[in-house]
Write a protein that binds this ligand. Structure first.
Ligand SMILES: Nc1ncnc2c1ncn2[C@@H]1O[C@H](COP(=O)(O)OP(=O)(O)O)[C@@H](O)[C@H]1O
Ligand SMILES: O=c1ccn([C@@H]2O[C@H](COP(=O)(O)O)[C@@H](O)[C@H]2O)c(=O)[nH]1
Length: 356
């Protein structure tokens, strides 16, 4: 696709619309039928707000984020909406049916016997699929540390400091046994019962835990991310909402090569060897089949339609589960301003196109 086409808002709007419809269908389908450290997004893969905004800068981003609005297309009132989409409204039957299964999940939360007013959200997907990126966007959208605690399963890799470096490099880090999942399960249970916990810090370049630990406090949303979190029933059953980021393997491999060479001190040969030896076979054996556990499957990684569907639902879930109205945070205002700026940019671009 040429750069010109790439910038064409009509094409982006069309893609966004299709994604929205397919998300809705997937939510319906999956429900009916079918280092990253605690409390803050990973220091290993920091993403600035600007970078996230750039990634999500499609013309449909100007939509409302109110919990009750689930626009699958631009509204008739939207001045930035291209004419050709103005009469395309979502089928109300499809839309209401599509969202009701997740509302069912929300009701389960509010009816829990332990009455825990905490929502635990799991994000799984292959290595490099974009789990952390999506988690970071949800974290921001829900008010960051005001409301959300972020935990990566990666922090719970077993400490290999007593092994030689050669032995560590041969370890299969993509098998469930390489992680101390019991510790994570215990931590989530403690957080749900209102206690803070100490999360280990893991160093990917030495395959060992560091001396420091990070405090994780119980907040209204606990976001848990990891490649294998849907493969362990005792962990999966603690997750109130399960999201799977489904990104193609070639894209994931390219991202992994870049990240592991730049951030985890690996050579290209090491990355490719590990990929063929353990990452790929374990993905096929454990990660890919665990997709069936998901409530929501997000295609192609983070995109603005998926993000607004998910965050709107989580906000509704928070209100229903806790009985407390979602507290607006300074970030809501910030997000609104960013969306406004983006839609102004898009309008300007459309004017440019019309004038051409
Ligand atoms: N939708 C996306 N588009 C482009 N790049 C992305 C997208 N999602 C993630 N990335 C990039 O891919 C890399 C891996 O993403 P990350 O969220 O860390 O994946 P994971 O946590 O699943 O391993 C990062 O460099 C991130 O910036
Ligand atoms: O010491 C280690 C521990 C883990 N890995 C690899 O990390 C990924 C999981 O992290 P993502 O952020 O989801 O990519 C997993 O595939 C392990 O192979 C490692 O290389 N070394």
């Amino acid at each position: 696709m040429s750069q010109r086409q790439n910038q064409n808002p009509y094409i982006w709007a069309g893609c966004g619309l299709l994604l929205g419809v397919s998300m809705a269908m997937m939510i319906q389908h999956t429900r009916l039928g079918g280092s990253k450290n605690a409390t803050a997004p990973s220091p290993g893969s920091p993403l600035s707000r600007a970078a996230l905004s750039r990634r999500m800068s499609d013309p449909l981003d100007g939509r409302s984020s109110s919990p009750s609005s689930f626009n699958l297309g631009p509204s008739n009132q939207d001045p930035a909406s291209p004419k050709k989409f103005q009469n395309l409204r979502p089928d109300p039957h499809t839309a209401s049916h599509s969202f009701s299964p997740l509302i069912g999940t929300i009701r389960e939360i509010s009816n829990r016997p332990d009455g825990a007013p905490i929502l635990v959200v799991g994000i799984a997907g292959g290595s490099g699929s974009g789990k952390t990126t999506l988690a970071q966007a949800i974290y921001t959208a829900l008010g960051r540390e005001n409301n959300v605690t972020f935990i990566s399963h990666d922090s719970y890799y077993k400490d290999l400091s007593s092994w030689t470096m050669a032995q560590r490099e041969q370890q299969n880090f993509d098998h469930p046994n390489s992680l101390d999942t019991d510790l994570l399960v215990g931590h989530i249970e403690q957080l749900r019962s209102g206690s803070s916990v100490l999360i280990p810090n893991y160093d990917f370049s030495t395959h060992s835990r560091t001396a420091e630990k990070t405090v994780a406090r119980p907040r209204r949303v606990i976001l848990v991310e990891g490649i294998l979190i849907f493969t362990e029933p005792r962990l999966t059953e603690l997750l109130d909402v399960k999201i799977f980021v489904d990104t193609e393997s070639d894209v994931r491999l390219i991202r992994r090569v870049t990240r592991d060479c730049q951030e985890r001190g690996r050579s290209l040969d090491q990355v490719l060897d590990q990929y063929m030896r353990t990452v790929r076979p374990m993905h096929n054996e454990f990660v890919e089949p665990s997709k069936r556990q998901a409530d929501i499957i997000v295609p192609v990684g983070i995109n603005s339609v998926a993000l607004s569907l998910i965050t709107d639902h989580l906000k509704t879930a928070l209100v229903e589960a806790t009985g407390v109205q979602y507290l607006k945070t300074p970030f809501d205002e910030e997000n609104k301003r960013e969306r406004g700026a983006m839609s102004r940019e898009v309008s300007a671009e459309r004017l440019d196109l019309m004038n051409e």
